[in-house]
Design a protein around this ligand. Structure first.
Ligand code: PMP
Length: 381
């Protein structure tokens, strides 16, 4: 027994050594300094109104724990009210709350995609979309990032039978670029495909009242479902799937991450509800965030850095090697910026980077100091 366990641990040690020598080892760290790595885009995670919502709910007698799955003892009126409130806000028929965005994507995709179906997935999609697709038995076509010609060719050639699905993020988490949703929806319509959009980084940031990138379109494209996480601009936790009533009922019956997992405690429903109200009114914070992002993109590009096609509050500085990304992040951390290096498998090999994610609490002076500390691309070793 001991020997066998030992050999497994040896294998794990080998793997960790391999990661370390490839400069890919990840460590849990607490990076201090000016926040340029969180997804707290509107700065709501420390907003006293969200804290008060939790305290009030607990003081009014809410349980500290939910005690079970929503299908057993964990359901609460608060969750049902919150789902109606969110659906009303986002403009969908219904919504279902999951305990995280990871759970929402894996639950949704693995439940909806059937073995005869084909799913077209952008190569830059988040791990939770990839894993949801892997858990299904659907045929997969991974198309190069936002290559709509490739996507259309493959849609044309798609095998008969089953349904087709296209899965994209509206704002890509590591690229900060935006999916041309109208064009993709047009392709979906022409080729009889259903569209699923992860709005994790657009919710609260884009669109009227922060409803997201779909809502921002003059004629919002028709989607089967959209995923709106609450751990980012909402400053909280969990995720809504916005969809039809039928899909909601189906997910309650088939989404395994929803069914077989303890519900979040109901005091969090009070917090997310407070977030929705704050986010709706936060046009000033959104405007500030967008101007900070535009200023940073312009400055970095002028200095010769590769920021990809960033068109959002997520601004990558693509450096190439793991070594360079780690060394540059360390240099900025010494200058008191909480910046993290992003390496494979989060991004493709050879595109290691800094992922600068902005929040509305930053000042233009912070960004000025950041770009000074970064220097110019040509002065890099
Ligand atoms: N989708 C995208 C695009 C994400 O970036 C993330 C989180 N980084 C998730 C889903 C998962 O959300 P959560 O952190 O709530 O699990």
């Amino acid at each position: 027994m001991a020997d066998r366990a030992g050999s497994v641990l040896d294998r794990l040690r080998e793997e960790l050594k391999r990661l370390e020598s490839g400069r890919q080892l990840r460590r849990l760290e607490q990076v201090q300094g000016i926040d340029l790595s969180s997804n707290d885009y509107l700065g709501l995670a420390s907003d006293p109104r969200l804290k008060r919502a939790v305290i009030r709910a607990l003081e009014q007698g809410e349980r500290a724990g939910s005690t079970g799955s929503r299908l057993l003892s964990g359901n609460a009126e608060q969750w049902e009210n919150l789902e109606s409130e969110f659906a009303h806000y986002i403009g969908s028929e219904a919504s279902l709350f999951f305990s995280s965005g990871y759970a929402a994507n894996t639950g949704l995709l693995s439940a909806v995609l059937g073995p005869d179906d084909t799913v077209y997935s952008d190569s830059a999609n988040h791990a939770s979309i990839i894993d949801g697709i892997r858990l299904s038995k659907a045929r997969r076509v991974i198309f190069p990032h936002l290559d709509l010609n490739f996507l259309e060719d493959r849609l044309r050639a798609s095998p008969p039978g089953g349904h087709r699905f296209i899965a994209v993020e509206s704002v890509f988490s590591m690229e900060g670029d935006r999916a041309p949703l109208r064009e993709i929806a047009g392709l979906a319509e022409r080729h009889g495909a259903e569209l699923i959009v992860d709005e994790a980084h657009a919710t609260g940031v884009f669109g009227l009242e922060g409803r997201g990138a779909i809502a921002e379109e003059a004629h919002p494209p028709c989607v089967l479902a959209s995923v709106h996480t609450c751990g980012k601009a909402f400053g909280s936790v969990g995720s809504f799937v916005a969809c039809s009533e039928v899909l909601k009922q189906f997910l309650v019956n088939r989404a395994r991450s929803f069914i077989f997992s303890t519900a979040l405690p109901p005091y969090l429903a009070a917090q997310v509800s407070a977030s929705i109200n704050i986010v709706r009114e936060a046009d000033d914070l959104r405007a500030r965030l967008h101007s900070l992002a535009a200023a940073l993109q312009a400055k970095l590009r002028a200095q010769g850095w590769d920021t990809g096609n960033s068109a959002s509050q997520i601004v990558p500085v693509i450096l190439g090697s793991n070594e360079l990304a780690l060394a540059t992040a360390a240099r900025l951390q010494r200058a008191c910026f909480a910046v993290r290096a992003i390496r494979p498998p989060s991004v493709p090999e050879g595109t290691s980077r800094l992922r600068l994610s902005l929040n509305a609490r930053l000042s233009f002076e912070d960004l000025q100091r950041l770009t000074q500390a970064l220097g110019t691309a040509t002065s890099e070793p």
